[in-house]
Design a protein around this ligand. Structure first.
Ligand code: HEC
Ligand SMILES: [Cu+2]
Length: 354
């Protein structure tokens, strides 16, 4: 192969890569165009709530501007590489050097300056519109407390306390019922991130933060603690159940009730109440009033255990009590070293907490 052919094939490779990257960008935009519906994938391209939607529209603008920059710069590089490649006629002497061209220097200062200004103003507008959102009369208030490695949710106006699975009403445009969430932390930094509902907001000890969501359709929305908070950070999942107004009311009524009592589970209850469980867990209407771990009053109303780490089945529940580390190594609940008999009785009791 001659040298000129070699350079030409290299320029071809560069162009190939450029097309590949452009292809990825297009694919990402096409994904974004896919109509939204409740889906379990925490897809940043399918916003379903006003804050997430504003952020998504901003990111599209940024993507378009940066893609144009990418295409212009890459085309110039490709053009220069092809046009000014070393030729056989080259005598090796230095080409003429150009210094201090006012036009060129102005162009590459003013144009990027304007681009940055546009990006800055667009971003500031979105941040302010999300932060200054008015709180309509029907808004639900929730206090979310991040714990190593689970979520505590309190609804002060409704008198409900729960963990890990947040229930909120769907918010339609005629009757908006957004949910305003105050974010606190019991230990270290966490971050509340349900990509389809809102941007990330950190939970910082002694520094209350706020966020809000107004999901437009019912369904389950998944998220993830987005700030490294310790070994089980990856299993600190967020589950937001968006219910119809009627379902949400029914859920609230259910959560307000005292824990169910069931004579068949009396032995398990006795074991629970005479073990250290009650120092860390609360079950309303019983002596259990600990707050280091999740409230268990309506444990069985949840689909998952330990912040989405496992499905809430009998086997998983038993395995969890026997050895939390088998599901979530490094979780802050100790294995209580109970006998098989006590474990069965205790599991049976927990299963009555609906
Ligand atoms: C030292 C405090 C502590 C003790 C004692 C303790 N737990 Fe826990 N428990 C926790 C913590 C913390 C979690 C959350 C773990 C996580 O998700 O990372 C938890 C989670 C749980 C869960 C899952 C709750 C949910 O909503 O997902 C159950 C069920 C549970 N504990 C039952 C028990 C039982 C039964 C006992 C007694 C045998 C017990 N715990 C003793 C701290 C404790
Ligand atoms: Cu966390």
């Amino acid at each position: 192969m001659k040298r000129s052919e070699q350079t030409r094939s290299r320029a071809g490779k560069v162009l190939g890569i450029a097309f590949l990257l452009a292809g990825f960008l297009i694919a990402a935009t096409v994904c974004a165009a896919d109509p939204a519906g409740p889906s379990q994938i925490p897809n940043i391209f399918k916003p379903d709530s006003t804050p997430a939607d504003s952020i998504f529209r901003l990111s599209k603008l940024v993507l378009v501007i940066t893609s144009i920059i990418f295409v212009v710069v890459f085309s110039l590089i490709a053009y220069a590489t092809a046009k000014f490649r070393k030729s056989d006629a080259d005598d090796g002497s230095e080409p003429p050097q150009v210094y201090g061209s006012n036009q060129v220097e102005l162009a590459w200062t003013v144009i990027p300056g304007l681009i940055v200004l546009v990006l800055f103003l667009a971003t500031a507008r979105v941040i302010l519109s999300v932060q200054d959102a008015p709180k309509p009369p029907g808004a639900i208030e929730v206090i979310a407390v991040g714990h190593q490695y689970w979520w505590e949710y309190r609804y002060p106006e409704l008198g409900v306390v729960t963990a890990n699975e947040l229930h909120v009403p769907v918010s339609d445009l005629q009757h908006p019922t957004p949910t305003f969430i105050t974010l606190l932390s019991a230990d270290t930094d966490h971050s509340f991130w349900v990509p389809r509902l809102a941007g990330k907001t950190d939970l910082i000890p002694n520094h209350p933060n706020h966020t809000w969501i107004d999901p437009h359709e019912a369904g389950l929305f998944l998220g993830q603690c987005a700030q490294y908070c310790g070994v089980q950070h990856a299993k600190m999942l967020l589950r937001v159940y968006v219910d119809s107004a009627a379902d949400f009311d029914a859920w609230v009524q259910g959560q307000k009730r005292f824990a169910a009592t069931n004579d068949a589970a009396a032995e398990g209850r006795r074991i629970f109440e005479s073990t250290a469980c009650i120092n860390c867990h609360a079950v309303s209407g019983t002596v259990a009033d600990g707050h280091f771990g999740p409230d268990l009053t309506h444990l069985m109303s949840r689909d998952t255990l330990a912040a989405g780490a496992a499905l809430n089945t009998r086997e998983n529940l038993r395995a969890w009590i026997q050895s939390p580390d088998s599901i979530k190594p490094g979780s802050l609940m100790p294995a209580m070293k109970l006998s098989d008999h006590d474990l069965d009785a205790l599991t049976a009791y927990l299963e009555t907490l609906r």
